[in-house]
Design a binder for this molecule. Sequence first.
Ligand code: ATP
Length: 304
Amino acid sequence: MRTDVVVSTRGLSKRYGKLLALDDCDLDLPSGRVVALVGPNGAGKTTLLRLIAGLLHPTTGSVSVLGQDAATDTVAALSRIGFVAQEHPLYKRFRVGELLRLGRELNPGWDQAYAERRLADLGIAPHRRAAQLSGGQQAQVALALALAKRPRLLVLDEPLASLDPLARREFLRSLMTAVADDTITVLFSSHVVTELERVCDHLILIDEGRIRLADDLDSLLAGHRLLVGPRNGHTVETLRAAEGVLTVVHGERHVNVVARTGQGPTAPGWQAHALSLEDLVHAYLENSQRARTQARPFQEGSPR
Ligand code: ATP
């Protein structure tokens, strides 16, 4: 394994009974990055994050975290991972100060001064009970507790889901400050694609348990283009069939095509533009949704 790789999976699959939630995933996560994991509902994001955090065992394949097998060296791996599950689960009846004490007792590398400073900066007093904090404050406490472990890898499962736009910004700002202060790798899943471009520098896109994209943002954005051309003379089908084309959208006068750089329509009248991360993610998701629909066999009585 390369030393700059924090997480490495090989042939990683996870079954729940008959359902294949994760299918033969190979992944190498470079260190020091802020990595966004995106994909539709049920794509396998939580499953992948829990496998990385050593909270689930693979059905087949392997997960290595910081050079250790996440499934067998769980204790060693967990001590260097900060994990915040969906919905920021805190022991709700505890006061914030008690949560800090628990963190100190359970984690050898605990940084009490850091935890106290973070919470003081956020204006969250130690006597407050977790249950009485707002959703955004609970998210901030969960993040402070995870960071006070001084982890090398921080894994967050949909940390933005229950936050309003302001709380979301504040949470991301806290995360960015923490990352700037330290050399940690952050891996977080999210459905909020609009915010990601400002905060992440590496993207994993997962769909139906398979990894469709995994690369640094700069390479992904350089590797794709939005091509805008005249509407007449092209059918959606012929454009879609061209090599490297992901999506085709017909506007009133123009056709928008998302394609890999250097591929797609190049005739006179077509112009190439840079893509946003949001457009890129949507193009891949639309593409796999269409492939799924086309692959579905026609059933008697179903609408054509
Ligand atoms: P979401 O964005 O909706 O949170 P996700 O991408 O995190 O979804 P997972 O929670 O990993 O997806 O689920 C992947 C698939 O595995 C889904 O089809 C889900 O129904 C199934 N699944 C997840 N956990 C279990 C479980 N404990 N038992 C059975 N099936 C499960």
